[in-house]
Design a protein around this ligand. Sequence first.
Ligand SMILES: Cc1cc2nc3c(=O)[nH]c(=O)nc-3n(C[C@H](O)[C@H](O)[C@H](O)COP(=O)(O)OP(=O)(O)OC[C@H]3O[C@@H](n4cnc5c(N)ncnc54)[C@H](O)[C@@H]3O)c2cc1C
Length: 288
Amino acid sequence: MTIRSFELLRPKSIAEASELLVKHGDDARLIAGGTTLVILMKQRVVHYPYLVDLQGIPGLDGISQDGESVRIGAMATHRSVERSPIIRNSVPIVAEAFGHIGNVRVRQSASVGGNLAHADPRLDPPPTLLILGAELAVLGPKGSRVIAIKDFYRGMYETALEAGEILFEVKIPAMPREAKAVYLRYSSLSANDWPCLGVAGLLSRIDSRCEELRLALGGVAETPLLVRGLDFVRNEKITGGLLDEVVKVVDRQIAPLPDFRGSEWYKRQMVSLFVKRAIRELEQRFSQ
Ligand SMILES: Cc1cc2nc3c(=O)[nH]c(=O)nc-3n(C[C@H](O)[C@H](O)[C@H](O)COP(=O)(O)OP(=O)(O)OC[C@H]3O[C@@H](n4cnc5c(N)ncnc54)[C@H](O)[C@@H]3O)c2cc1C
């Protein structure tokens, strides 16, 4: 199939891009790396007479250290995040998560903003950004605001972005001291397929007892999911019994949809396995 014709608009600033979105309303869509949008347009799933191109806006692709936090511009590519010395040094789990996506060709073009805004529940980066408490800076007709990533996803392919708003930066706070983090993804079809599920975990310990456990999952609910109600692990040692309790809490919060990557039952079994595996892996990282 061929793409229906459209006009490519090339703003020179985010403010101008936002004005164009407002001016053309539902007829316009942002385009960043184009890796998802162009496929959807080619398949004629969507059509927009105007595409507002973010590529020509200077300064949107930086990656920088800001005190103990890290800032990533929305137009930074997956590949630049995966290879950034700043990210690898400060929040290596973020480099891992972006490094898992698709293949090098996709990662070379696709942008951080395009990934997060696409809001597919299976995306690899959101679980990791959820456990790290990332914040998303957006600019729109009413000015700029910051949205915590835990409030960003509203439904399948739906975000908290309002008409004319553009995600321009992701801020990732420093990892808690003495914490370890891990991201495990499971593909049931092939290694570089979209994940069947992803589990991000962060564990901090005092002596050999848990101080805090954070878990977030992708692919098993309408949106990426930050697991609630894990406080009971505080001061506990990680035992088989504790892992079973954690899995019960997680299982109550997920709602996997059956598809060709697995039935609901299968995905629940895999979540149980991968949650336990992630926590065991975190434990191991403390003894390395
Ligand atoms: C073959 C293939 C395999 C893939 N595998 C994986 C995978 O395993 N895991 C995974 O996580 N992802 C995967 N992806 C998804 C990939 O990460 C997305 O295609 C990519 O993130 C989209 O980025 P983009 O810059 O190309 O966005 P675009 O395609 O340009 O845009 C995507 C959407 O985001 C909107 N948008 C773009 N930028 C912004 C912004 N700054 N603010 C607000 N809205 C914006 C656009 O309007 C559009 O709706 C895969 C994609 C392909 C093509």
